[in-house]
Design a protein around this ligand. Sequence first.
Ligand code: CP
Ligand code: NVA
Length: 328
Amino acid sequence: LMSISDLSPAEFTRLVLNASSHKKAVKDAFAAGQVPPKPLQGAMTGKTVAMMFSKRSTRTRVSTEAAVQLMGGHPMFLGKDDIQLGVNESLYDTSVVISSMTSCMVARVGPHSDVTTLAEHSSVPVINALSSDFHPLQTIADFQTIHETFASTPSESSLGLEGLKVAWVGDSNNVLFDLAIGCIKMGVDISVASPTGYGIPDAMKKTILAAAEGVAKPGKLSETTVPEVAVKDADILVTDTWVSMGQEVEAQKRLKAFAGYQITNALAKRGGAKPDWKFMHCLPRHPEEVDDEVFYGPRSLVFPEAENRLWAAVSALEAFVVNKGKIL
Ligand code: CP
Ligand code: NVA
């Protein structure tokens, strides 16, 4: 799983619905003092998941470790100072060796080509845990959160989100790209406001728009430099850090460029967001991109969204490792 673009709309829908149903089943079981129910119980017995992280992580690390543990497997965390990942050993050698001893690699890398190179040479499934271009586990959790908050007609085969509008205000980055692909596949419109020079690169735009192929009613992507334009009639306002990991040297320049893009209640009002709009953020969060009033306020979905990372990890590991890529 490199990106949401690897998934058909039906597969993506199933991953999200499975995440949601496992959440309910496991929480009910835990509340009753029981162990995780089948089919999760013991589903990964004897399996080791190599978690190769070249960057820091709270949610992705904890959710993946907890998900593997919940299914009876062994999560093996390998930080950047623990293994030779691309520093003292090639990605090819690393991938062949680690995949010969484990059942899955979950990799957080810099350039997206690092995770695709790992996948190309691996004999086991590889899951992208964040690259320069995509963050598919985040997008599964985000759609689970949107589904649990907004689903109009819950069904076994649809998320029931058609016609909603997402407004992304901030940097055009890895989290946005997979979110936008998910929106297009699920019939959710997405409007992106980024300052000049920080919009979606042309090659990435092509990849995002290709998500509409074969979708009966795809969501529409629009772009602007004006936050108020993006938030007009939006149901969900979303942002992420203005300075992603690896961009620290550009921090001062970026903070200046993004001035005026902070998400606030005043921005939502000026722009004309829907009356019951909600706020989402993948975290970690900094106050410059969203103020405390919104982030900690009643419209904020950020903590359920973070918790849903666990259920997204369970769903993805079940599909790719337990069921060997069959998304049932
Ligand atoms: N949202 C997310 O991926 O958070 P971490 O970087 O803490 O894993
Ligand atoms: N865009 C951020 C996401 C972190 C989860 C980054 O790449 O650092």
